[in-house]
Design a protein around this ligand. Structure first.
Ligand code: ATP
Ligand code: MG
Length: 147
């Protein structure tokens, strides 16, 4: 489990997507890109009266693929329910030794502590054990030279 953290426009999403592309090419296993917020939206939809899916099925969507990239980790409410769901999914993936990439626009320098706060102590621990984190502390690719 690896986390990419850093400022806007540093190419974090691009790296995540390239990791999926390479993995599909090399070992032809299913991979998934998702924004963290979409996971919570999908689970919330299970509780609508006209829901067609169960929460366990949605959780399986994120535990079955070989590699999953969870982008925009900072764009979530960090409620108890969200924290528990994220921990459950990431812990299941950890238990199955599946690679996971977490991406967030957490401030460089403060990155490590804000990441620990965002994903919680137990997932942070698993991440340090199995991968670690990369601070994307270079300039944004969106900044045009001379601008
Ligand atoms: N290595 C690279 N060389 C040149 N351009 C790049 C590179 N990586 C990404 N880009 C371009 O830079 C822009 C920003 O990339 P990307 O969206 O992946 O950044 P990000 O860190 O995810 O940004 P945000 O934090 O806003 O989500 C995109 O237009 C992308 O195509
Ligand atoms: Mg991005």
């Amino acid at each position: 489990m690896v986390a990419l953290i850093g400022g806007r426009g540093t190419g974090k999403t691009q790296i995540g997507v390239e990791a999926i592309r390479e993995t599909c090419k090399r070992i032809a296993k299913p991979c998934l890109y998702t924004r963290a917020a979409d996971v919570f939206i999908a689970v919330r939809e299970c509780y609508r009266k006209d829901a067609t899916r169960r929460e366990s099925e949605v959780i399986r969507d994120y535990t079955l693929p070989h590699l999953v990239v969870f982008d925009e980790l900072h764009e979530r409410s960090e409620s108890e329910a969200e924290n528990r769901l994220l921990t459950l999914i990431l812990d299941k993936r950890y238990a199955e030794c599946k690679p996971t990439i977490l991406i967030g626009n957490l401030l460089p320098g403060e990155g490590k502590d804000s990441l620990r706060h965002n994903i919680g102590e137990s997932i942070f621990d698993r991440m340090v054990e199995t991968g670690g984190f990369i601070e994307c502390n270079w300039q944004s690719f969106r900044v045009k030279e001379g601008a």
